[in-house]
Design a protein around this ligand. Structure first.
Ligand code: KIV
Ligand code: NA
Length: 268
């Protein structure tokens, strides 16, 4: 069976079936998600999650390409979407195309994602017309942390609400194959997700249950991250599991229970 492609998300929406997505940066975790997810996002959240950065701004295109290659090797079914990091697409639509083409050529991924609303509509159209499927990302866009003045939930004022609807319309009309909506208050998220003019699937993260699909950062939902935003439900408690296993290891090494006979090489 072939890999999911960008256009398959529209089929899910047409069927009224929720689109299932998570992030992954590694071959092993991606392989676990592969049978369950319609798409897997190699998010620039890897800067914070894997590297302990305070924001996603320092993430480079090279970092994204290396982790996307790992995720491609670990999967065979899901569509793999790769985030364009800060500074790799904003200067011009040509810059965006050249870097997006590099990502697709060097990783084999099926699509890229870029943050931004109406101002990036031209770029979305330019890339889509040239063979690069683009997933949009509006609302709380973490790469804008310095101009937003923090990680702030969007849509709380009339002006913010109007801007979000404009952003969604513009990215939709420019040909984005899906739109991630992050950190948007429920009535506004619902108004966008259920608007007849927004035909492209909406993927929510902190943007209500009205979206056509949902995405979370894997390490957050697994309970591996030490902190996570309000919109994260912890479906696991990996931190506690790892801590308990490490404690057992420490105890066994100290007491001499590990390594045992079955872990020991003997002459033939
Ligand atoms: O980088 C990321 O993980 C993302 C998702 C949270 C949508 O952009
Ligand atoms: Na991201």
């Amino acid at each position: 069976s072939r890999r999911f492609v960008a256009l398959d998300l529209a089929k899910r929406k047409a069927e009224g079936r929720k689109i299932i997505a998570l992030t992954a940066y590694h071959a092993h975790t991606a392989g676990i998600l592969d049978p369950h997810c319609d798409f897997i996002l190699v998010g620039d959240s890897l800067g914070m999650v894997m590297h302990g950065m305070e924001s996603t701004l320092p993430v480079t295109l090279e970092m994204m390409i290396v982790q996307a290659q790992a995720v491609m090797r670990g999967t065979q079914r899901a569509l793999i979407v790769v985030d364009m990091p800060f500074g790799s697409y904003e200067a011009s639509r040509e810059q965006a195309f050249l870097n997006a083409a590099r990502v697709l050529k060097e990783t084999g991924a099926g699509a890229i994602k870029m943050e931004g609303g109406a101002r990036f509509a031209e770029t979305v159209a330019f890339l889509t017309e040239r063979g690069v499927p683009v997933m949009g990302h509006i609302g709380l866009t973490p790469q804008s942390v310095n101009t937003m003045g923090g990680f702030k939930v969007q849509g709380r004022s009339g002006e913010s609400e109007r801007r979000l609807m404009e952003d969604a319309r513009a990215i939709n009309d420019a040909g984005a194959f899906a739109i991630v909506m992050e950190g948007i208050v429920e009535p506004v998220a619902r108004a966008i997700a259920t608007n007849a003019a927004i035909t492209t699937p909406t993927i929510g993260i902190g943007a209500s249950a009205h979206c056509d699909g949902q995405i979370l950062v894997l390490e957050d939902m697994l309970g591996l991250s030490d902190r996570a935003p309000k919109f994260v439900k912890r479906f696991g408690s990996l931190r506690a599991h790892i801590e308990a296993a490490v404690q057992d290891y420490v105890d066994d090494v100290r007491s001499g229970r590990f390594p045992a006979e079955e872990h020991t090489y003997r002459p033939l």
